[in-house]
Design a protein around this ligand. Structure first.
Ligand SMILES: NC(=O)c1ccc[n+]([C@@H]2O[C@H](COP(=O)([O-])OP(=O)(O)OC[C@H]3O[C@@H](n4cnc5c(N)ncnc54)[C@H](O)[C@@H]3O)[C@@H](O)[C@H]2O)c1
Length: 462
């Protein structure tokens, strides 16, 4: 089928590439000219595992091309809108990019178009889309509108798109449901050639859930808010563990063994970030408030999350006594591993606070330094974790990149001014760190100091 995707961001680019991979003829429109030129000349505007290769292959086989929004609107029978929906100051989702695309579709198109909102939007956006397509319809456009929220996670976007738990489609039109079922058939039946695995282990058929538009829109906001609530819940429990001397890892393990609770999203840390949870939570709260519903539960989820970075800084203050003038290594800037995305990342708030307090910060991230430096140009960015740790009074772990799991601890020990690790992601076991002569502070677990014996061994005297 001829498909257009509007917006070549994390969602749009992944959707375009994967829809081409499963056999469709895809045209992806992007309004940011720098991004567009990069894509047209074979470059990548973002990092996402496996995506570059899939795009290259799809372009070579003629199943994927990039161009302007207008070209994209003109090409596809099905148009996936994947533009950004960032938060406004009051927490509402900014839907201006969606409105612009809808108006353009209505004014330019004739014949039949299936307009699909894949961007995350508040409930009743589909009704607004239908209304605006009708208001600006100048060429006897025949159209359906469907909500098809995307559940991919950055860092595993390709696998998530191609092997989803569920495909949710909300529309009031049987024609639209039929077309979307047809578009996704290779994924529903798992019949496509998997570009990631030769002997693909994810071959369970995907559940296709057809519903009305409002419910589909709510499924996305409710899912993200629920996951955010799980994270804030375990962070709240972690705070109590710190005071009473319990280990939150064990508490989470014990809770997660109950299938009604489940183990995922029960990892304490310095809070959630990224382009989904913080803004979707806010937008969900706003839409509920406007509808007269009490969502104060989610306000608390937000509040708990907002305090996480300060909580980590407080631990640092307690240990360093004075932060001003201290050299701090920050490992990890992306809001999660395997992405270069720093939007609403805890690292940004952390680095701003530490700099304001007079610390000298040297940061390292395997993928996110270019994007972080656009927001925080004054920070010193380093070539590797060791360079960042040179002379440091503390090393702060902010993103749990795999690279940090295979450290040369004795090299690190010789580089730092003070052997102190403050782990905002609970990457390590205390014994593993103290064995190398480091003091270890983490989240919701007892702090651990190295013994004189540990230090002697780490310094080669033991
Ligand atoms: N990033 C995620 O992990 C994720 C997951 C699920 C859903 N979502 C949702 O998907 C949507 C997109 O998120 P994203 O992370 O891909 O954002 P993004 O900012 O990476 O991408 C959006 C792209 O749309 C482009 N754009 C804006 N207006 C346009 C127009 N008129 N024509 C063509 N292109 C236009 C922007 O230039 C940008 O490249 C958001 O609503 C988000 O909440 C994101």
């Amino acid at each position: 089928m001829k498909i257009s995707v509007i917006g070549a961001g994390y969602v749009g680019l992944t959707s375009a590439a994967c829809l081409a991979q499963i056999g469709h003829d895809v045209f992806c429109g992007e309004s940011d000219l720098a991004k567009l030129h990069k894509l047209q000349s074979g470059g990548m505007p973002l990092f996402e595992p496996h995506l570059e290769q899939i795009i290259q292959d799809a372009r070579q086989s003629g199943r994927l091309a990039f161009g302007s929004t207008e070209e994209a609107i003109d090409r596809g029978q099905a148009i996936f809108i994947c533009v950004g929906t960032p938060p406004l100051k009051n927490g509402d989702a900014d839907l201006s990019a969606i409105e612009t695309v809808a108006r353009s579709i209505a004014k330019r198109s004739s014949g039949y178009r299936l307009v699909i909102e894949k961007s995350t939007v508040p409930v009743q956006t589909g009704s607004q889309l239908r209304k605006h397509l009708s208001v600006h319809n100048t060429n006897r456009l025949d159209y359906d509108v469907a909500s098809n929220p995307e559940f991919l996670r950055e860092g595993s976007a390709v696998t998530d798109f191609l092997h989803p738990d569920r495909i949710v489609v909300g529309t009031d039109s049987e024609r639209a449901t039929g077309l979307l079922r047809e578009i996704y058939r290779p994924i529903i039946e798992q019949t496509f050639a998997c570009p990631v695995h030769t002997d693909c282990p994810h071959r369970n058929p995907a559940r296709f859930l057809a519903t009305d538009t409002n419910s589909a829109e709510l499924i996305k906001h409710a899912s993200n808010s629920f996951l955010a609530m799980k994270i804030s819940f375990i962070n709240m429990v972690a705070n109590l563990c710190e005071v009473v001397g319990a280990d939150v890892t064990k508490v989470a393990e014990g809770m997660g063994l109950d299938p009604r609770i489940g183990a995922s999203f029960l990892k304490p840390g310095i809070g959630f970030g990224g382009f989904c949870f913080p803004k979707d939570l806010q937008a969900f709260i706003r839409i509920a408030e406007k509808s007269g519903c009490d969502f104060s539960l989610l306000r608390e989820v937000e509040k708990i999350n907002d305090r996480r970075v300060e909580h980590l800084i407080e631990k640092l203050r307690t240990e360093l006594w004075v932060v001003r003038g201290k050299k701090l290594a920050v490992w990890g800037l992306a809001f999660k591993p395997d992405t270069d995305d720093v939007r609403f990342a805890p690292s940004i708030v952390l680095l701003k606070s530490l700099s304001e307090e007079g610390a000298v910060v040297r940061a390292y991230d395997p993928q996110a330094m270019a994007k972080a430096s656009e927001v925080l140009p004054a920070v010193t960015y380093c070539a590797d974790p060791y360079e960042a740790a040179q002379g440091a009074d503390a090393v702060l772990i902010v993103t749990e990149w795999d690279e940090f799991r295979t450290l040369d601890w004795s090299r690190l020990r010789n580089l730092v001014e003070r052997p102190l690790i403050v782990d905002g992601r609970n990457m390590f076991q205390a014994a593993e760190v103290t064995r190398h002569g480091f003091q270890y502070i983490s989240i919701g677990r007892p702090s651990a100091s190295h013994s004189a014996e540990d230090v002697a061994i780490a310094e080669g005297r033991g």
